[in-house]
Ligand binder design. Structure first.
Ligand SMILES: O=C(O)COP(=O)(O)O
Ligand SMILES: [Mg+2]
Length: 228
């Protein structure tokens, strides 16, 4: 009997409401009922996908921080060090800029391996400083991430698959931005939602007509065991 393939889902831009922010509640039941692993592979700090799994009531496994943190359900692996990204942020601040999240900055508070900067801050000086530290700046459409270029969601996903016995090569992925390209490269079938950036569109097997969670819901409908 056919079975559902593992699903690898980005969060922002992919599970979000049509307006672009906030999780679309229509994804809750299909993900709870999915008959194979569901992996949230995100640029967000580690607690976010874990909390989302918790509230979805699905097994807590995740690739967080663009691959910097991998959780198998039993073990957390941290594959990068925040120190260099933090040094970039300090220099950026000395140059008169800011992370841009205000207050106590919950966006970076629990971030172990990279730093995220608000997109309302200037990118050019950030990139210049990051380059001095051998780091890259990627724009997910939701934040600039200052990160080790060798750390990716795709590599984190392969590590998770190996440790947790998930058949990544059989998986179906949905994403919306440059940080999903590495995911698309290691799964069986990849979909970019209609709101995806040029990098994700280029890398995906298929670009969907639907945006955000509407796109993900369409994929779930199509690839479930009884579907295509
Ligand atoms: O953290 C971001 O900037 C984007 O998060 P995502 O990878 O889940 O879309
Ligand atoms: Mg995204």
């Amino acid at each position: 009997m056919a079975s559902d393939p593992p699903l690898v889902l980005d969060i922002d831009g992919t599970l979000t409401r049509p307006e672009g922010f906030g999780i679309d509640p229509r994804i809750f039941d299909p993900l709870l009922e999915w008959d194979a692993p569901v992996v949230l592979a995100t640029g967000k700090a580690f607690p976010y996908p874990i909390a989302l799994c918790h509230f979805l009531a699905i097994p807590e496994i995740a690739v967080a921080e663009n691959g910097g943190v991998v959780y198998t359900g039993e073990e957390v692996t941290v594959t990068a060090d925040r120190a260099a990204a933090q040094a970039v942020l300090e220099e950026y601040r000395e140059a008169g800029y800011a992370a841009g999240w205000g207050g106590d900055d919950t966006i970076n508070r629990w971030r172990a391996t990279e730093v995220a900067i608000n997109r309302d801050q200037p990118r050019d000086p950030l990139e210049a400083i990051a380059a001095d530290y051998g780091l890259e700046v990627i724009d997910t459409g939701y934040a600039y991430h200052v990160k080790d270029p060798t750390v990716t969601k795709g590599q984190g996903l392969l590590a998770l698959g190996e440790a947790a016995g998930i058949e990544v090569a059989e998986a179906v992925a949905v994403g919306d931005s440059i940080n999903d390209v590495s995911t698309f490269e290691v799964v069986s079938r990849s979909f970019a939602v209609a709101n995806a950036d040029a990098d994700a569109r280029e890398a995906a097997d298929e670009v969907l007509e639907e945006t955000h969670a509407d796109g993900t819901l369409a994929v779930v409908e199509r690839v479930r065991a009884s579907g295509e």
